[in-house]
Design a protein around this ligand. Structure first.
Ligand code: MG
Length: 254
């Protein structure tokens, strides 16, 4: 594998699995950093703030700064700010919006309706969101993952299920989706870092989101087998990644 100057890592299934770090991942990231390359974390999860993700990573033994974490909530916030948004989502999304200088509105007009995972979803929230969209508010989705994996392999409804409820009621699809496979977040990382596409590697465990995101952005990609993709599935992956690795532990090895 050629060396890269920017490594963008998906989190779940790549750096950790639930609450457990992937074996050897932390030393691989240390080698990458000490070689002078930049490390960024890219997650569709909109439930938490960048600071909370950085805390989780540090708790699992990884060096991580909040500024290195690009979540769909942070991307949404950069998109909305300095405007205003009515939020169907969790406290992490609201905190990122406010942190970026956007106004979170509960009553009165708002430029955007921002929808992410919302485990407190109610009929009233769907109703308010759809009516605001019907009256002209712009519709943003943090991501459209239909499900996410919980403990013991149980799947739970993801942001995409919440977005679908609002979209169905509003009669409109989101105007913009921030999370992978859409390129918005990865492009934000590239733009902020100033590092070129051909010196960038995106590492993920899902062909349909991570590797597809790399394809849309136009950078190289590595599919790892520590998450949802088995070796047999990797051989048939669409789109085809640049590399297939057992684990991030194999990155930047001597
Ligand atoms: Mg993943």
């Amino acid at each position: 594998m050629k060396p890269y100057r920017l490594y963008i890592f998906d989190l779940d299934g790549v750096i950790y699995r639930g609450g457990e770090p992937i074996s050897g991942a932390s030393s691989a990231l240390e080698r990458i950093r000490s070689g002078g390359a930049a490390v960024r974390f890219l997650t569709n999860n909109s439930a938490q703030t960048r600071a909370a993700f950085a805390d989780k990573l540090r708790g699992l033994g990884f060096a991580a700064e909040p500024e290195e974490v690009f979540s769909s909530a942070y991307g949404a916030a950069r998109h909305v700010a300095p405007g205003s948004a009515f939020v169907v989502g969790e406290p992490g999304l609201k905190a990122e919006l406010e942190g970026a200088g956007a106004r979170v509105v509960e009553e009165g007009g708002a430029d955007w309706v921002a929808v992410g995972i919302c485990r407190g979803l109610t009929y009233d929230l769907i109703d308010e969101a759809q009516w605001r969209i019907r009256r002209g508010a712009r519709f943003l989705a943090t991501n459209i993952d239909s499900t996410y994996p919980d403990e013991g392999g149980r799947l739970r409804p993801g942001a995409g299920s919440v977005v679908a409820a609002v979209a169905e009621a509003a009669g409109r699809r989101p105007e913009i989706t921030i999370g992978k496979p859409e390129p918005a977040l990865a492009l934000m990382i590239l733009e902020d870092s100033g590092i070129s596409l051909n010196e960038t590697l995106l590492v993920g465990d899902r062909p349909d989101t991570d590797i597809e995101c790399a394809r849309r952005v136009g950078c190289d990609s590595a599919l790892v087998l520590t998450g949802v993709t088995s070796r047999a599935d990797a051989a048939r992956a669409v789109p085809k990644p640049t590399y297939v690795l057992d684990s991030v532990a194999g990155l930047a090895a001597e």
